[in-house]
Design a protein around this ligand. Sequence first.
Ligand code: XMP
Length: 481
Amino acid sequence: MKLLPEIGLTFDDVLLVPKYSSVHSRSAVDTSTRIVGDIRLAIPVISANMDTVTEVQMAISVAQAGGIGILHRFMSLERQSEMVRQVKRSESFVVEHPITVSPNATVEQARAKMVETRIGGLVVTDDDGHLLGMLTPRDVLFAPDVLAPISTVMTSRDQLVIAAAGEPLSAARVTLHDHRIEKLPLVDDDDHVVGLITAQDIVKVQEHPHATKDQKGRFRVGGAIGVKPDDLKRASALVESEVDILVVDVAHGHLDLVIEMVKRLKANFPTIGVIAGNVATRQGARDLVKAGADAVKVGVGSGSICITRQVTGVGVPQLTAVSEAAEVGNELGVPIIADGGIRNSGDITKALAAGSSAVMLGSLLAGTDESPGAAVIRNGRRFKVVRGMASLTANIARKEVEKQQNVEPEVWEEVIPEGVEAVVPYRGSVADILHQLIGGLRSGMSYCGSSTIEELWESAEFIRITKAGKEESGVHDVNLL
Ligand code: XMP
């Protein structure tokens, strides 16, 4: 037995000491950060790979705001890969595979296709993919003969404004304006359709200039995997769907199986960034980096819905865990992600100041419009459900996905949960929440005299506080309205 001499600290045990600052406004603070390889985020926020937190809508909204979402793995690999494709399809500089329709399709069929695909502008091509025309909802809306071929109502090739493959977005913008059109088909030298630029996509780029996007203008997204033999297949399917980051996510990440999986991922998919975790010690971080991890996720038992520390007696208070892992991350040039226990923007500032490059948020985002599941009403107030991925119901759901059948009640009793099911207040949209959180972070960084996260690592000074200091830090001696 060894009793470590240091005391483990967490967010509420400390405050950041204000420092001389030449940062005059929050807008002068740069919150951008690198999380793996050359992937940078405008805001240091990652949505947790939990089934009550990150599916398609969350991944899109977090990436739109400048962070990134990690799709959870408690579903079939087909469904998870389809979610990656949905995120990727939702926005891009160029629509690479526009929806096409044959000139012989009837008005009625074209209308149905527009409804089914939710795409208004269909590209009309022959069987070899040559451009023949464009069809918009206006062309078919009041067409008197629903059985007429669309070749009779479309805008034909000779009247279309087109551009060559590789048209830069800036030039496309000018063309769209000059001709007062909304869609610009791209063709190769043989007049094959190779893409489509739409005014709508250009507007989205302008609206969210800091969104986390790949080279093709599509949102970046990560996917979680486990360490079972089948998880290599899952990783392969995710990579095929063009996932940007793989996250090997196991509650106890300082495990030979995690190290093995990281090695195999790096050998099989050398260009994909791998985040591995969760660990809570220097050695844990070092071993994962040695195996090839591009970033390490830190947090054992720190999450809001975790009961790991009660059930097992194991864990390290989160601020200490992050700062120790960050010493290794700093030495080896590998980002550290602080996962679990973040309750407000002050905790984000502290987690970054302790040396992490980004935070992973679970329950803080679980109450938003974009988290999976509907809101529930309790005593007239709206709530959303959040559950630990090691909770009883999540365990059962996982077994059901694996076995593809219902789990018998006897099996329920075999489960030893390390997480709980809970509700969190409904909190509106992800954009609103992140606006508040990042506003607070910017302010915190300026108090510390830091205009970048790297500067925060250098300048941060923590002071330990007592219970009285903690009480003083909250609202006190007043009755809240
Ligand atoms: P927050 O505090 O942001 O934490 O809600 C999210 C993180 O908690 C971890 N997690 C769990 N930990 N039992 C645990 O011990 C669980 O059932 C569980 N589910 C999630 C996970 O790291 C997540 O990102």
